[in-house]
Ligand binder design. Structure first.
Ligand code: 5AD
Ligand code: SF4
Length: 445
């Protein structure tokens, strides 16, 4: 009988897509998806280490698994993949945790063989070698999202922002050949997916290794020309690499969604410098102005860290001021968390008190909630295009989906609409979504 697997992914979109790759790889080796944890012969914990809290999730999850195993005689094999695996390697095995295999971010291809070896030899196996195979195993990714395809264009990062562990866990930047990217997007379009999301740590740093004429704007142009595809997105660009040509290509290509997720991290020039972000608040604001001048309806969202070492009340005020000025459509906000190997951790004390971090993040989130409500209220009465993702979280007779600007829209409608683009008239604003009514089931081009 085929062995059954379950992949649990923590963290970012990149990791989510790695989970799809791992699933595809396992299925190509004869594994079948398990319907529940109780049925699984193999559990893959695909981990995140961007903040300490994310890392702790792995340890508490492994604790739960050990407890469950103690009370029944079925013991699934446990594999740890992703950023914690890469960061900790062998050290994971010294903690008396139920782990059979540890596989780093650039060694996923080794997973099936290591599982077999670990089982045969009854001893844990670890591989965190940086094989650097950028194209692994993109061909076999199991698409688990019926509405949009996630396509990696760059792996790793060379930017070394002082707070960030990613260059250490995902390795240095490797670009994927444009021919492979286009082929994968074509396959996604052929499978009926209307939207593609291009992924990279600094997605707009792309330069095709197989075509000197193909930088990120050109890649966007070529992807947009693929038949059947209706929407193109990307995450995340770095402000430093957002060129005028990128803005021009977006402006002249309606298929590219009017959304720019542009991590700012802080509104204080002093903090930005310590973070090694290599742009100033003025440059950031000027970029937002240029985006809006070219595309007045574009939504801009961001990531912000509060409580970076040395962040003063004044620095934090500068962040609030930037948030007020830009009017972000949403913000992912985080309390600074020291990460191993990073420059900030080595050179700076984590000196903003936890209580201060908490009060700052709450102030920021309160401000953002107010901004969001007014942005959402201004949308009422408008008609928008929504890509339908599935039933809404709260009511199963309601569908949920996203506008081009990544606003969540809920509306009464049948499940047959999943995966389609529909037109919705917006009627009421909620804190994190907008409600509406269906105008047209299949939206016109
Ligand atoms: N502490 C807090 N937040 C962090 N991020 C990255 N590293 C850290 C850290 N050490 C946040 C940044 C980044 C997002 C993915 O996670 O805002 O853009
Ligand atoms: Fe981390 Fe900075 Fe690279 Fe983003 S650009 S992955 S924040 S080092």
């Amino acid at each position: 009988m085929a062995r059954k697997y379950l992949v649990e992914t923590f963290g970012c979109q990149m990791n989510f897509h790695d989970g799809e790759r791992i699933s595809g790889l396992l299925e190509s080796e004869g594994y079948e998806p398990a319907a529940s944890e109780a049925e699984a012969d193999l559990l893959v914990l695909n981990t995140c280490s961007v903040r300490e809290r994310a890392e702790e999730k792995l340890y508490s999850r492994l604790g739960e698994i050990r407890l469950a195993a103690a009370s029944c005689d079925r013991q699934p094999q446990i594999a740890v993949t992703g950023c914690v695996a890469q960061q900790e390697g062998d050290a994971l095995l010294t903690r008396n945790l139920p782990i059979d295999v540890v596989v780093g971010t650039q060694a996923i291809r080794q997973l099936p063989a290591l599982l077999t070896e670990a089982k045969a030899r009854q001893t844990p196996r670890v591989d965190i070698n940086p094989y650097e195979d950028v194209s692994f195993p993109l061909g076999v990714a199991k698409a688990s999202d019926p509405t949009r395809a996630w396509v990696t264009i760059i792996e790793g990062c060379n930017e070394f922002c002082s707070f960030c562990v990613v260059p250490y866990t995902r390795g240095h930047e490797r670009m994927r050949p444009v021919a492979d990217i286009l082929a994968e997007v074509q396959r996604a379009a052929d499978s009926g997916r209307l939207e593609v999301q291009l992924l990279g740590q600094i997605v707009n740093h792309y330069q095709a290794p197989d075509d000197p004429g193909c930088d990120f704007p050109e890649l966007l142009r070529r992807v947009s020309q693929i038949d059947g595809l209706r929407r193109v997105r990307f995450a995340s660009p770095h402000p430093r690499h957002a060129s005028d040509r990128l803005i021009e290509v977006m402006q002249s290509t309606p298929k590219i969604c009017r959304h720019f997720h542009l991590p700012v991290q802080s509104g204080s020039n002093r903090v930005l410098k310590e973070m090694r972000r290599r742009y100033s608040r003025e440059e950031y604001l000027a970029l937002v102005d240029r985006l809006r001048a070219a595309m007045p309806d574009i939504s801009v969202s961001t990531d912000i860290i509060v409580g970076f070492p040395g962040e003063t009340a004044e620095d934090f005020e500068a962040t609030l001021d930037l948030v007020r000025r830009v009017g972000f459509s949403f913000i992912y906000s985080f309390k600074y968390s020291p990460r191993p190997n990073t420059l900030a951790d080595k050179r700076m004390a984590d000196d903003v008190q936890e209580s201060v971090k908490t009060s700052r993040i709450m102030t920021l989130q309160q401000l953002q909630a107010e901004i969001q409500v007014s942005l959402f209220q201004a949308m009422i009465g408008r008609t928008v295009e929504v890509l339908v993702e599935g039933p809404s979280r709260r009511r199963d007779w309601e569908m949920t989906g996203k506008t081009p600007g990544w606003v969540t829209v809920n509306f009464p409608g049948p499940a047959t609409l999943v995966g389609q683009l529909v037109t919705v008239r917006l009627t009421a604003a909620a804190p994190n979504s907008v409600r509406g009514e269906l105008v047209e089931a299949a939206s016109a081009h």
